[in-house]
Ligand binder design. Structure first.
Ligand SMILES: Cc1cc2nc3c(=O)[nH]c(=O)nc-3n(C[C@H](O)[C@H](O)[C@H](O)COP(=O)(O)OP(=O)(O)OC[C@H]3O[C@@H](n4cnc5c(N)ncnc54)[C@H](O)[C@@H]3O)c2cc1C
Length: 516
C-alpha cells in the first residue's frame, strides 16, 4: 500500500487536537503505532509507575482509534527495527509523528530513526504539538510564536480511519517488561477520560482556590489541576487546556478569586513550554550544569548515606520526609514541595543534582524531561541566571502544615510528638523516646547546613567571569516577558510576588534570595 503513513504515537496519546493524526489521515490510510522500547524503560529516570500510566493511556487510545476504524498497533522492541519491519511488511510511504522534547536517550533514538528513514528513502514528518519551537534561533519573539500556536484553531479529529489487517499486539504489563517493583498505591490513573474529567472539575469548581491553596501539600492536592501526567503523555493537548482556560477566564471576569486563579494557571501552562524550550535548545541540560562554574562544586559521587536518607524519607527532617514519602506513595507533589525537596538535597545535603534528579524523575508519574531537568538545575542553583532559593524545610513545614497533620499522616513515627515540636522533634524534651529509635536524628543541622551552602554559593558567584557566562545563558534561555507577563518568573514558588525578570537577575549576584 504505497500511500500508507505510519503514525508514530509518542508523548501524544490522544486523538483530539492531534496535528500528526490530522495530517496523516488527510494523506491516505494510517497505521497508528506505539513502540514500547525496553531500553528506554531500563533508564534510571523511568519507572513502573510511569509505564502503568502510559499503559492506561494506550488502552484508551486504542479504544478511541478503534472507534474511528483502526485500533492502535503496539509493538515491543527497538524503534528502528520495529519501523523497518512495518515498512517492509506494509509498504509504508512515510513516517509521521510529533516533535519530541525528550531525554538524551530519546534524542539519540530519534537521530537513529532519522538516519534510518533517510536510508530507507521514506520521509519522516515531525510536527509541533505545543509552543516548543524546534531549531529556534533565539528567545526574542519566542513568546509570540508560542501564543500564536495556542490561539490557532484546534485540529479536527478525522471522522474515520480505513481499517488495516495488522495484528494490534498486546499492551505489555510492567512485570512482563521486567520493570523493578514500584509500589505507588495512590497513583493517578491514566487515560484521556480521566484527564478530561480533571480539567472539567478544575475549571468549574476545584480551581477557584488554586492561587491561594496551591502551595500547601494537602490543599494543593485538590486545588492544583493535577493535569501534569496527562499533559506529559499528551492524553490532553496543552492547546486544548489553554483554550478551555481562556474561555473560562472570559466567563469568570469580575470574580476576583476565580480570575486570579485562572490567570495563575494560564501562566503555568506557558511556563511548561518555556522550560521545555530550554531542553529543546540545549539537550545537555540533562547532564551538564548550565553554568559551567558549578561543575565540581558538589562532590560526585556524593554521600551515599545522605542520598539514601533523602530518597527513603529518613532524613530526620519531618516535613522533608513527609513530602518524600507522600511523593513515593502518590507519584505527585505540588510545585513548592518539589522545589523544597530538590533544594534540601542540593544545599543542606550538598548532593549533586545528577545524583538526585533521576530519583525524583522515577517518582513522578508526570515525568516531563523538559520541565524536570531545567527545574532540577534551577532549584540547585546551577543555572547561574535564577534567583537562588534555599528553602528552610522547618519554616516551610510551619508555613504549609502548621498543625503538623501532614507530617503525622506520612511520618507516623511522630504521631505522639506534641504539636509545638512536630516540626523540630529534636527540641522536644521527650525526644529520646523517638529519635534514634523509631525515627532518625536529623542527618544535618538544618540551620548550619543551610548557611554553609549559602557561603559556598556566594563565593562562587563572586568569582570574576561568573556574570559574563550568566549573561550568555540568560540571552539564550531566559524569558523575555516583563514581570507581569506569563513568563515573568517561571519556576518561582506559587503565591510569592516580586522577583525581577530573569534577564536582569542574571548578571547580578546581589539578587540572590536566601530563604533561610
Ligand atoms: C524539581 C522539580 C521537578 C519538576 N518536574 C516536573 C516534571 O517532571 N513534570 C512536570 O509536569 N512538572 C514538573 N515540575 C513542575 C511542577 O511542580 C508540576 O508541573 C506541577 O506540580 C504538576 O501539578 P499540576 O498539574 O497539578 O500543576 P498545576 O499547578 O495545575 O499546573 C498546570 C500545568 O502547568 C505546568 N507547570 C506547572 N508548574 C510548572 C513549573 N513550575 N514549571 C513548568 N511547568 C509548570 C505543568 O504542565 C502543569 O501540569 C517540577 C518542579 C520541580 C521544582
Amino acid at each position: 500500500m504505497s500511500d500508507l503513513s505510519i503514525l508514530w504515537f509518542k508523548r501524544d496519546l490522544r486523538v483530539a487536537d492531534h496535528p500528526a493524526l490530522a495530517h496523516a489521515s488527510a494523506l491516505g490510510p494510517v497505521l497508528p503505532l506505539y513502540i514500547v522500547e525496553p531500553e528506554y524503560w531500563a533508564l534510571p529516570d523511568t519507572s513502573a509507575r510511569q509505564w502503568a500510566f502510559v499503559a492506561e493511556c494506550l488502552a484508551e487510545l486504542r479504544r478511541d482509534l478503534a472507534a474511528l476504524g483502526q485500533p492502535l498497533i503496539v509493538r515491543v522492541g527497538d524503534a528502528v527495527t520495529v519501523l523497518d519491519r512495518l515498512r517492509q511488511s506494509q509498504g509504508a510511504a512515510r513516517l509521521i509523528s510529533h516533535e519530541e522534547t525528550g531525554n538524551l536517550w530519546t534524542y539519540a533514538r530519534d537521530r537513529r530513526v532519522a538516519a534510518w528513514a533517510r536510508g530507507a528513502g521514506i520521509a519522516w514528518n515531525e510536527l509541533p504539538q505545543s509552543g516548543v519551537v524546534r531549531r529556534l534561533r533565539g528567545r526574542d519573539g519566542w513568546a509570540g510564536q508560542r501564543d500564536a500556536f495556542m490561539h490557532a484553531a484546534m485540529e479536527i479529529t478525522p471522522p474515520a480511519l480505513p481499517p488495516l489487517s495488522v495484528a494490534p499486539g498486546p499492551i505489555p504489563n510492567a512485570r512482563s517488561m521486567g520493570l523493578a517493583t514500584d509500589r505507588c498505591p495512590h497513583r493517578q490513573i491514566g487515560g484521556r477520560g480521566q484527564g478530561v474529567a480533571l480539567l472539567g472539575s478544575f475549571l468549574t469548581s476545584r480551581g477557584e482556590g488554586y492561587r491561594a491553596a496551591m502551595s500547601g501539600p494537602v490543599s494543593g492536592e485538590r486545588a492544583c489541576s493535577r493535569l501534569s501526567p496527562f499533559l506529559a503523555l499528551g492524553a490532553l493537548s496543552v492547546r486544548e487546556v489553554t483554550q478551555a482556560t481562556a474561555v473560562r477566564q472570559t466567563e469568570l471576569r469580575g470574580q476576583r478569586d476565580w480570575a486570579a486563579s485562572m490567570r495563575s494557571f494560564h501562566s503555568r501552562l506557558a511556563w511548561r513550554d518555556h522550560f521545555m524550550q530550554k531542553l529543546e535548545d540545549q539537550p545537555s541540560i540533562e547532564t551538564r550544569c548550565l553554568h559551567r562554574a558549578h561543575e565540581g562544586l558538589r562532590p560526585q559521587p556524593g554521600d551515599a548515606d545522605l542520598l539514601h536518607a533523602w530518597q527513603t524519607g529518613a532524613t530526620g527532617m519531618p516535613f522533608v520526609d513527609a513530602c518524600m514519602r507522600y511523593l513515593t506513595a502518590t507519584g505527585w507533589l505540588n510545585f513548592r514541595m518539589r522545589a523544597m525537596l530538590m533544594s534540601v538535597a542540593s544545599y543542606h545535603l550538598w548532593l549533586d543534582w545528577r545524583a538526585t534528579a533521576p530519583h525524583m524523575a522515577r517518582m513522578f508519574t508526570d515525568y516531563e524531561p523538559g520541565i524536570h531537568w531545567s527545574q532540577c538545575q534551577m532549584q540547585s542553583g546551577t543555572t547561574g541566571i535564577n534567583t537562588i532559593r534555599i528553602y528552610n524545610p522547618v519554616k516551610q513545614g510551619m508555613d504549609q502544615d502548621p498543625a503538623g497533620a501532614f507530617i503525622r499522616a506520612w511520618v507516623p513515627e511522630l504521631a505522639g510528638v506534641p504539636d509545638g515540636f512536630v516540626h523540630m522533634p529534636w527540641k522536644w524534651p521527650g525526644s529520646q523516646a523517638v529519635l534514634g529509635r523509631t525515627y532518625p536524628e536529623p542527618v544535618v543541622d538544618v540551620v548550619q547546613a543551610g548557611r554553609a551552602a549559602r557561603d559556598r554559593v556566594w563565593a562562587l558567584r563572586k568569582d570574576a567571569g561568573f556574570g559574563e557566562e550568566a549573561e550568555q545563558i540568560a540571552q539564550r534561555h531566559a524569558s523575555r516577558k516583563p514581570a507581569h507577563g506569563h513568563g515573568a518568573r517561571p519556576g518561582a514558588a506559587g503565591g510569592r510576588g516580586g522577583a525581577k525578570p530573569l534577564r536582569r537577575a542574571a548578571a547580578n549576584p546581589a539578587q540572590l534570595r536566601l530563604d533561610l
